[in-house]
Each structure stands twice: as structure tokens, then as C-alpha cells.
Design a protein around this ligand. Structure first.
Ligand SMILES: [Zn+2]
Length: 323
């Protein structure tokens, strides 16, 4: 098992042990009681730490995409209506994931919904918070680990620089995991959406199938299916493990963006552990809700509670003024 995946496994055990606490949106770690700096000083420190860092590990989670308009996963809101309108009216789902969890009367209708979902993220332009993040990272040595499946990061960075540990909407796998292969989902999704037109179901013959067993395909993602944790999955952990181990003695900034309370084990808690164990590490989190800074790393870290899009925008502006 790779270094980083091992860290995730450890934090996963911790999560199971204290599940009750996590389920309430809390954490078993004892948190810093220091008073947060005023916002302007926090922005100044964020910019300063980025400049000081010799290398940066960016952890991008759901809050980052949500801040840029990718907020249709968990609620029936304006952006959900914009992309999923015909299903919203017909089924009254509470966001994109809700629809994935429902029983569907036909596979054609299910695939109509799934194709709509994948098409939405595959064809979305680069969201503004990602652009601002990129501006902040200009000229830096950095690597990205992300739990986002929406392919935003690989729209700006080469795959060698990004670990997508929860999968990627651009690929299909066998729903039954009969093979370790993954294959292109972009073209089949485009064909399904085109054939569907204004309707809500796809023609039977367009339902994507596994080339090996003939069973249905499924997006290569964790969360609502049988996530294939084969070669492609291992490669993601190999990339991030290599980056961390090669840079561990340098001034490394762990920059956590938008981690929710559902999955602290992939980015947040490994970042806390690494910040604690690496002598030159720093940790900064931006979160629109939670002010979680462990006491043990309070001198090496900071949490900015605020709208991520706004924080990144303000940091870009500050950096521009300082150059
Ligand atoms: Zn198969």
C-alpha cells in the first residue's frame, strides 16, 4: 500500500471509532482555542505562506467546486434546476446525488439522468475559484489531491500533477468490476444526451456496456456504485505519495480547500498528520463553515472561515498589490 493511502486507512479507522462525533459534524481532535486573526490579516498570511513555501500540496474538495457554481449535488437549487430541470420537475429530487440513490423504473430513464449528470460536469467551463487558485500558484512547485470527480483540475493541469482519488467523470468502468479496464465516457455521454433531446430516457442500444462481459458500464467514481479500485486508483495514490515523500523535508504548505464533514479522512486529517510530523510544514484551510484547527498544529496552521471564492479572489488581489 502506498504512503498516502496508508494515512487515509488510519484516519478511516479513527472515523469508524468516533463515528457518532463525526456524524454530528464534530471532530475527536482537540482544537485550538486561539482567537482567529482579523480577515485582512488572514489573507495577508495566506499570501505570505504561499510565497514562503518551497512546495504546496493543494487539497481540493467539494466546497471548492460549490463556491464556483458546482453546487447542484446536495440540494434542489437554481443550478440544479438549470442542468437537471426536467428531472427536478418530474421526480422532485433534492440535488444530483439524490437522483443517483433512487430506484428507477427503467434503465433507459436512469441512464438519461446519469448521462445528464456526467454531461453537466464534463462540459462545464473552468470555475472561477480554480482560476484564482491557479493565479496564486503561478511559479510554485505544487501538486493537487482532490476528492472532486468533476474533472475541474484536469481541465487546467496535466494528470501527472493531479491525484483524483475518488474517481473521474470522464471514464467508465464495468459496473460488475469484471475487468480492471476503464474507458472513455465523454463520447458515449455526448451521444446519449443528443439522442435523448428533450426527453428523459436514452435509447436502449445506447446504454453503455462493458466490452468484456456485456454488463452495464458505470462511471469510474466512488459514492453511488461499485467503485473500481484497481490500477488507475492505485496510480492516484502513487502520484500523491511520491510528491509528499520527495518534498517532506522542504517548506511544504498543505492548502486545504472546502473539505466537508462527510469525508475528513481523505484530505483534512492526513494533512493534519503530515503537518504535525514534517518539521517545516505549514497548514492553511479555507472553509465556509468549519473552524477546525487541531491544537497540536496551532502554531503551524490557520483556518480561514469564509466563502472560498471570495477568499481566493481577495488573496489574488493582495498578491497583485505586493508584487
Ligand atoms: Zn464487465
Amino acid at each position: 500500500m502506498t504512503f498516502y493511502e496508508n494515512l487515509v486507512m488510519q484516519t478511516q479507522m479513527n472515523y469508524s471509532r468516533y463515528y457518532g462525533l463525526y456524524a454530528e459534524g464534530k471532530t475527536p481532535y482537540s482544537l485550538s482555542e486561539k482567537t482567529a486573526l482579523p480577515y485582512e490579516e488572514q489573507i495577508g498570511r495566506l499570501v505570505g505562506e504561499i510565497k514562503e513555501a518551497e512546495c504546496i500540496l493543494v487539497g481540493g474538495a467539494s466546497g471548492l467546486s460549490a463556491a464556483g457554481g458546482g453546487d447542484f449535488y446536495y440540494e434542489d437549487n437554481a443550478s440544479y434546476r438549470k442542468y437537471f430541470g426536467k428531472y427536478a420537475e418530474k421526480y422532485h429530487f433534492k440535488g444530483a446525488f439524490d437522483g443517483m440513490m433512487r430506484q428507477w423504473d427503467s434503465r433507459e430513464e436512469f441512464w438519461g439522468y446519469l448521462a445528464t449528470f456526467l454531461h453537466t460536469t464534463q462540459t462545464a467551463g473552468l470555475r472561477e475559484p480554480y482560476r484564482d487558485l491557479d493565479r496564486l500558484l503561478q511559479g510554485k512547485d505544487f501538486f493537487v489531491i482532490t476528492t472532486n470527480q468533476d474533472t475541474q483540475f484536469i481541465k487546467i493541469y496535466p494528470e501527472t500533477q493531479v491525484a483524483q482519488i475518488q474517481g473521474d467523470h470522464r471514464f467508465f468502468q464495468c459496473a460488475g468490476c469484471c475487468t480492471d479496464d476503464t474507458w472513455d465516457a465523454v463520447k458515449p455521454v455526448e451521444e446519449m444526451v443528443k439522442a435523448m433531446g428533450e426527453g428523459t430516457s436514452v435509447p436502449s442500444e445506447l446504454i453503455p456496456r462493458c466490452p468484456h462481459c456485456g454488463g452495464e458500464a458505470f462511471p469510474w467514481v466512488r459514492g453511488y456504485g461499485n467503485f473500481l479500485q484497481g490500477k488507475k486508483y492505485e496510480e492516484q495514490y502513487e502520484k500523491v505519495s511520491r510528491y509528499v515523500l520527495e518534498h517532506k523535508d522542504r517548506k511544504m504548505l498543505f492548502l486545504e480547500l472546502g473539505v466537508g464533514r462527510l469525508t475528513p479522512m481523505f484530505i483534512q486529517e492526513p494533512f493534519w498528520n503530515l503537518t504535525l510530523s514534517f518539521p517545516n510544514a505549514r497548514y492553511i484551510a479555507v472553509n465556509n463553515q468549519y473552524d477546525f484547527l487541531p491544537k497540536e498544529i496551532e502554531d503551524k496552521g490557520m483556518v480561514i472561515v469564509g466563502d472560498i471564492a471570495g477568499v481566493l479572489k481577495d488573496a489574488v488581489e493582495r498578491m497583485g498589490k505586493e508584487i
